[in-house]
Design a protein around this ligand. Sequence first.
Ligand SMILES: [Zn+2]
Length: 457
Amino acid sequence: MQLQFLGATKTVTGSKYLLTTQNKKFLVDCGLFQGLKELRLRNWNEFVVDPKTIDAVIITHAHLDHSGYLPVLIKKGFSGKIYCTDCTMDLCKLLLCDCGHLLEEEANRANKYGYSKHKPALPLYTYDEACAALKQFVPVEFDQEITLENELNVTFRRAGHILGASSVLLKHQGASILFSGDLGRPHDPCIRPPEPVTQAQYLVVESTYGDRSHALVDPERELGVVINKTAKRGGTLIIPAFAVGRTQNILYYIYSLKKQNLIPDIPVFLDSPMAQNVTEILATHYQEHLPSPEVCAEVCKTAHYVSSVEESKLIDTYNYPKIIISASGMVEGGRVLHHIKYFAGDHRNTILFAGYQAIGTRGATILSGVSEVKMLGGIVKINAEVIALGDVSAHADYAELISWIRKMPTPPKKVFITHGELPAAEALKQRIESTLGWECVVPSYLDNVELEERTNN
Ligand SMILES: [Zn+2]
């Protein structure tokens, strides 16, 4: 069996792994590259193999850096099935279609204001193309081994992180490989914790926070401090957040802070067209998250849902302290752009980042402390306070990663460290080598390795 790394090598986006067995080809994850332009350009490249020759795709979770390339793969001829958990399938319905919609909007805007080199600017894919991809999805239960194409055995195991997120164990003729997927934290207030690691000959592990330890602060209390400070200034708190995952955690913390009277009862606007649908998905998969259905209902009532673009613009003009939670989480698109444009110039306001900001994204640029940023075809001055709530991350830190992988009953033959910027991946490699003595590799883009087939695992 051969494994080729087609993304998430020395970076956090574009997750794609090609597994070639004697007779078939499988793709594990099919994510978009995001962030730096040199990475984003890969989304437009010829695919490394003819997508028509890929037999099936396995998706670990719904985030676009793991699923967002699917419509392109299908446009290029992939016609097989896409396997994932049912929660992931439901979330992909929202995320993929929304992504197609945003890509179209961005292309339209670029054409209208003439800020693209391409004439006309075209979207990577459209809303219709994204929605069409959903027909190829097949939902799979957690913890049940299934056989794909009479060739590859697959088991999805809970990985925490977001609803439906999984690690996948793959077996073929005595060879086994475990992909961690994005691994969540052991004590998330909303999502069930990752299931213990399973035995495999090879391990592909993420390293987003491979060089970092999450602060020992209570994120709820930290958020409370920021809300109080901003409200006292009469300002608006903007929280760019992934519509799925971080948004629900932030809402949970605000609900809890309000319940304890630790913050003023200022309005909370959830300005993401997907939010209501996500809420419905959460309600149908209540067994996958920790708060009871009753508490979930209360959490949802914490925010006012903004649906129309008109209302989204209107809330900017409300002249009182408020909280606006809006996507995208890395300020790469979505309605949060307009809110930042409106509020960033005033020092009374706060922009609070609540998740990982990949290098090259606008979120990372703002967080680096720049005084102005390019967006929506213009320059926006940043005078607002800019803060990162590192501890609400949906990714395990290095200590949590190591405590997860070290429980593998016998050491794997090799550990491949992916889904992290180079310093993070290298730091995790050194920690695994020094604490466990296991052989680790940080693969490069398009590296191809032969996985030995053995029968004792
Ligand atoms: Zn993710």
